[in-house]
Design a protein around this ligand. Structure first.
Ligand code: FEO
Length: 173
């Protein structure tokens, strides 16, 4: 059984994952209408993965005797200056998500909720992968600079790249 505090923290995390899915959906739409079809495909998949992260939490809260709430969401940022701006925003967003997940993990320890602590470890690992990938992509974009051929290849490479090794492909999701 979840304590009220852990239940509230997990519900807050549900909202964050849902907001992440919305944010990446908006980025995908921007990329799609700015000639970046590979980047757009990557971001649509990433948005789907975030929805899976949200669903995993909803199922967990309900299975543990709590009540998951489906949140209302704010409209995400619509416009971006460049592809680099997108990935910098994505990294900034994920850094915030990591901080929030760490707070949930911390609360689990304080509340001696080792089951939820164990469940949250999947999210801890996922965050490491997501942040690493975002940093790698930003580094590549910095190397490419204003080289149009480089940007073309970067976008093409993203066509089949998944956000993480887990995410939407995780069997437990
Ligand atoms: Fe579900 Fe990207 O954090």
């Amino acid at each position: 059984m979840l304590s009220k505090k852990v239940e509230a923290a997990l519900n807050a995390q549900i909202e964050i994952e849902a907001s992440s899915s919305q944010a990446y959906l908006a980025m995908a739409s921007w990329a799609e209408t700015n000639g970046l079809s590979g980047t757009s495909a990557f971001l649509y998949r990433h948005s789907d993965e975030e929805r899976v992260h949200m669903l995993k939490l909803i199922k967990f809260v309900n299975d543990r005797g709590g009540r998951a709430h489906v949140p209302a969401l704010k409209q995400p940022q619509k416009d971006y200056k460049s592809i680099t701006d997108i990935f910098q925003s994505l990294l900034e967003h994920e850094t915030g998500v990591t901080a929030s997940i760490n707070n949930v993990v911390d609360l689990c320890l304080k509340e001696k909720d080792y089951t939820t602590h164990n469940f949250m470890q999947w999210y801890v690992s996922e965050q490491i992968e997501e942040e690493t990938l975002a940093r790698t992509l930003i580094d590549k974009l910095e190397l490419i600079g204003s080289d149009k051929a480089g940007l073309y290849l970067f976008d093409r490479d993203l066509q089949n790249l998944t956000g993480t090794s887990g995410g939407a492909h995780d069997g437990n999701a």
